[in-house]
Design a protein around this ligand. Sequence first.
Ligand code: PMP
Ligand code: GLN
Length: 384
Amino acid sequence: MNSVFADLPTTIFEVMSSLAREKQAINLGQGFPDDPGPEDVRRKAAEAALDGYNQYPPSMGLPELRGAIADHYKRFQNVDLDAGSEVMVTSGATEALAGAIFGVIEPGDEVVLFQPAYDAYLPLVRRAGGIAKFVTLKPPHWTFSEADLDAVFTPRTRAVIFNNPLNPCGTVYPREQVELLARYCARSGAIAICDEVWEHVIFDGREHVSMLNIPSMRERTIKIGSAGKIFSLTGWKVGLVAAAPDILRVIAKSHQFLTFTTPPNLQTAVAYGLAKDGAYFKTMRAAFQRSRDRFCAGLASIGFSVIPSDATYFVNVDISPLGETDDTAFCKRLVENFGVAAIPVSAFYAEDHVRTVVRFCFAKQDATLDAALGRLKQAARHAL
Ligand code: PMP
Ligand code: GLN
């Protein structure tokens, strides 16, 4: 069997969600909202399944969706994309990541990763034969410096995988940080594979700066997005890739043998959704921001040390002030004894693990968050 996958554990998301089901716990682990999502977008998908075409769509995506993606990024990020040669639809950001990594990496190439790293990156890089070089990010700011980049970029660096906003940390990297990374990419001729799935789930008036927006990186950036995050419909698995034609052409070859295409009714609905006016996106952000604030205030009031979150569905706590040294053991006891599932952030480190940070998903109804806080209060009171 292939050694990358044979030795791989089951993803922490699946592990914690199964435990949550088994223990009937409140699941604040895997990131998904517990409301049904925008009704008009879901209705479009239902109508398109009933009345529309349900056979294979083009491998690059429905033209209406590719056009809607180009229009959307012109409107929100002031990026000019040619829908016919620079945009492709994928089955989720996960497939886009696989397509990009398999399309770019040759065995022996070095790939810079930031850890904590979303858990799909490393196995895909390894399967492609890439050699991972890690920049280690630490709480509470999760930032990186020139010295950090000096330590990992070499003339053999073929690509960097950059997740901004960053899951699991909830960090939004400002323009200066994106530009700093861009300078290192230019120096080593590296391609930036930019996982920007959280681009719209961003708070406190912060701005998302896409790597595509950095002029020196326009021709060497692969931008990856996810309709699942844009519309709070995580099960839809409609993703996208935007990149210069020479790069996209190769990723498209990889994509044609991963999934080839994506359900047409979902593509139609996402095309409709991307054209929604700015008010939709503002309201969505405000609702998640409100949930974040409610949950963080609750966590702080029961004695958890909250690490600020500027984006995503997630907030982290530092459990070391509770005398805890092992986030995995903590999360196991939390779900088994107190009925709340969370994610140990050490699962996203490959080396030099930070072991005292726990991630909670706050994208839930008030009643769910309040019930979880009640249980967390018990947990904080007892020695876990
Ligand atoms: N990248 C990051 C950083 C994510 O958080 C997620 C999902 N939460 C994905 C990729 C996968 O997105 P999708 O469900 O569209 O495959
Ligand atoms: N991205 C989601 C999270 O961070 C999980 C996705 C998955 O379960 N594969 O929680």
